[in-house]
Structure formats: C-alpha cells, structure tokens
Design a protein around this ligand. Structure first.
Ligand SMILES: Cc1cc2nc3c(=O)[nH]c(=O)nc-3n(C[C@H](O)[C@H](O)[C@H](O)COP(=O)(O)OP(=O)(O)OC[C@H]3O[C@@H](n4cnc5c(N)ncnc54)[C@H](O)[C@@H]3O)c2cc1C
Length: 417
C-alpha cells in the first residue's frame, strides 16, 4: 500500500477521534438502538428528520474545514483528485470501523464525501450547470438523479419518459421512481428519450430540470427496509425546459448515466468489503468471549468454519477491489467494467452474508437493534439492487467472458506496474 494512503488513513482516524466522535456521543440516539426511530419523521412520509440532517451537515462541515470532505473530487471541483485506489482504501477503512457519524450508511454521508454526480458535472456541465457542484457538497443546491421508471429499471434504455423539441425548448412527459433526495433538491437530472427507439443506447438525453418547474410533481415517497427514506415517485407533466438544460449532448445521456454508476460501483464495493470485515471481526471477538456449554463459542467448529470461510472471501474480495481500483487509475475505467462489476456483486453479497452470520453468532442479542448488524444488513442489502442489480453486474461480466459486443474479459490482463 503506498505510504501516502496509509498516512491518510492515520490522519482520518485522528480527525474522527478528535472532531466527530464527540459529536456522535452528543447525539447518540441516532446511533444506538433508537436510530431508525430517531432519524425518521414518520408523520412526514418517512423522510429524514431535520435535526438528524443537521447533525450530518455539521459532520460534513467539520470534515470540509479539515480538508477531508473533497478528497475524492476532481481538482476542478475544488477537490484533491485522489486516486481510485486511495478512495477505495479509504471507503473500505471507514466502513470497517463500524457504524458511526464518520461514515453514515443511510444517506452515504462520510468524512470523505461521496458525490458521484459532481465529476459528471465537471466533465460535461456548462459553467452555469457546474454551480451545482458546490451546491451538492454544501447541500444548498442539490441535484437529484432520475433514471428509473415504474416500468423500466434494469432496462433503462426502454424508458417511457420522452422529451419533444418545441422551438428553443423541450417538453418532458413521463414518470420516474426511486428519485433519490429529490424533495430536498433544487434540480433533478432527468433522463428522457428524444430520438431513436426503445432499447437504443443513443437517443436518450439528460436534462437538468429545476424542481420548481410547473409539471414537476413529487407524488409520494417509497418506504424502505431501512428508514428514513427519501426516494420519491415523480410525475413529469408537460415540463418545459430550455435547450440549455441539456447536460452534455442531445441523445448522449446514457454516457452521463454510465459515468455516474461507474463512479459509484467500485466505491460501493469497497464500503461493502469494509463493512463485511467489521462484521467478521466483531463476530470472531464475540465468539471468543461468549461461553456456551462450558467453553468459548470459538472452540466449536460450527462457529469457526463459516466465519473462516467468510474471512477468506473477504480477504480475496478486498484485495481484488484494491487491484481493480489501481487498474482504474492506469486505464480507461470503462474498459474494465467486468472487473468493477465483479467487485460490486461479490462485495455486496459478502457483506449481507457476513452481517447475517454476525447476527447468528451473537444469538438473540445479534437480532436486536442494540447491535449494529441488523442496520448493516438492512443498508447493504440495498446495494444488491441499486447501482445496477446483482444480475445486471453478472450480465456485464458475462458480456466480457463470452465476448459479446466485441468485449474481452480483463481479469488476466495486468497493465504494467
Ligand atoms: C433505495 C433505493 C435507492 C434508489 N435510488 C435511485 C435514484 O436515486 N435514481 C434512480 O434513477 N434510481 C434509483 N433506484 C432504482 C434502482 O436503480 C432500480 O431499483 C434498479 O436499477 C433495478 O430496477 P427495478 O427496480 O426496476 O428492477 P427490475 O429491472 O424490474 O428487475 C427485477 C429483477 O429482475 C432482474 N433482471 C432484470 N433484467 C434481468 C436480466 N436481463 N437478466 C436477469 N435478471 C434480470 C433484476 O436483477 C431484479 O432482480 C433506487 C432503488 C432503491 C431500492
């Protein structure tokens, strides 16, 4: 591991102890067994409680002041342009510390910020559109992401939402669902078909639509396995936006969407690998201290073997993630989508198995909210669905393995060190 990365981890640990842990202790109801109840505004459609949001915002403010929040952002976004390897290692490390304000799972807020839309805006945005970058980081001008529809998720290129040109304007009609954070967003990045036919990769256009535009109607919130939730169903009824609302180019919206998921898939995988490592370590620790039938649980092979197997998987997945991130720093990341997908589906599956095993080894208390495993399970279970489902990731690996669309598997192709 390069020395600058290990030094960064030590720096982050010291910062978290000094600045974030005291804030967490002052607001412990958001982290102990009451967490889901305390965070959720149940009477307001299950949204995040404003006081909880303020605690998260204070964590981010402190992290920004200390120079950590923008570590992973490109220099053009005021960031430090950290490598994919650095960010993967940081994400894994923060998740392996367990639940806490330093790296909150629910809304993916962390002392090292996770802003997949920002690099997209930096690459494709006009100066006006780039004003969203700082807005997203400070929370003052958020941009939501609207790709999925009630009838089309994995097959997004079959979307029904359309935009039709009318002079200097476009008129958008359709319906989106799971539109994350849209209720607190100033703008919504909406993908709509502008040409071509269902299933075509070309002909989808990305529009930045101010959420105050007439016809942009938020209908309801989807309540989820882990609450609070901020994922809405949104109707677009004759929504009129100027031509300048297009992000990147007309018909090239899929490139923008791919940039988003690519950025997120490897980071999500690293977070899952870290959380899996945490669950395995905690379960092993508990098994050594819990006495059953007159001796520690850790003496039983039925306890040892599943955990040892998870540990072996965790070490392999973790190292494969780091290697893939290292490759991403040396090649066009889009060329090694198969490797990124392998990281994603294996790590997301692993953390669910590790959290489940940790609950089992802890017995009754493992099932309780006094332990962190149920929360880890609830959160990470979502990753098997969200950045392209597990099946979509495996489908991507198959494309490379079987050579569909001229692709070749990358797993044996090392670039020069
Ligand atoms: C908490 C949460 C947050 C989200 N946030 C956002 C957001 O901010 N913006 C946004 O646009 N979307 C968001 N989504 C939506 C998410 O991206 C979709 O749920 C996901 O892409 C899957 O689409 P779907 O739900 O329509 O499932 P479907 O596409 O209907 O799939 C159903 C099942 O069929 C499987 N399947 C589909 N096609 C194939 C195939 N070819 N081969 C094998 N199996 C297949 C899938 O893997 C899945 O298991 C979010 C979802 C959740 C749960």
């Amino acid at each position: 591991m390069p020395a600058d990365i290990t030094a960064k981890l030590a720096e982050l640990d010291a910062f978290i102890e000094a600045e974030i842990k005291p804030l967490e202790r002052e607001n412990i109801q958001y982290f102990d067994h009451r967490r889901e109840w305390a965070r959720t505004d149940w009477e307001n459609d299950g949204r995040m409680n404003l006081k909880w949001r303020a605690v998260v915002a204070e964590m981010e403010r402190r992290a920004d002041k200390a120079g950590h929040l923008r570590l992973g952002l490109p220099k053009s976004c005021g960031g430090q342009g950290a490598s994919n390897l650095m960010i993967a290692v940081v994400r894994e490390h923060l998740a392996a510390k367990g639940l806490g304000l330093h790296n909150d799972l629910q809304d993916e807020n962390s002392v090292v910020g996770n802003y997949p839309i920002a690099p997209m805006l930096a690459d494709y945005g006009t100066p006006e559109q780039k004003t969203y970058i700082d807005g997203i980081i400070t929370g003052e001008k958020n941009l939501a992401f609207a790709l999925t529809e009630p009838a089309h998720g994995s097959d997004a290129t079959w979307m029904d939402t359309s935009a039709v040109r009318d002079g200097d304007h476009w008129v958008i009609n359709g319906m989106k669902c799971w539109n994350g954070r849209v209720r607190r967003a100033h703008g919504n990045l909406v993908f709509a078909r502008t040409s071509g036919k269902a299933g075509d990769a070309k002909g989808i256009t990305a529009f930045i639509v101010p959420t105050s535009t007439p016809g942009h109607n938020i209908l309801f919130n989807h309540w989820t396995f882990n609450m609070p939730a901020d994922h809405s169903q949104v109707e677009f009824k004759n929504v009129r936006v100027p031509h300048s609302a297009i992000l990147h180019q007309e018909g090239e919206g899929l490139v923008v969407a791919q940039r988003f998921v690519h950025e997120n898939r490897i980071r999500q995988a690293a977070a899952s690998a870290g959380a899996a490592r945490y669950c395995i370590t905690e379960a092993a620790k508990y098994a050594k201290s819990r006495i059953a039938f007159g001796e520690p649980l850790s003496k039983k092979q039925a306890i040892q073997f599943p955990l040892a197997e998870l540990y072996a998987d965790s070490e392999m997945v973790r190292n494969y993630i780091f290697r893939t991130a290292w490759e991403m720093d040396r090649r066009d990341p889009l060329e090694i989508s198969d490797m990124v997908s392998i990281c994603n589906f294996r790590a997301n599956r692993l953390v669910c198995e590790a959290a489940d095993r940790a609950m089992q080894i802890h017995g009754g208390v493992g099932y309780s909210r006094h332990m962190p495993f149920e929360h880890i399970y609830r959160h990470h279970r979502r990753y098997r669905i969200t950045e392209g489902t597990e099946e979509v990731q495996i489908r991507r690996v198959s494309q490379y393995l079987f050579g569909f669309s001229g692709k070749t598997a990358n797993t044996t192709a090392f670039s020069a060190a």
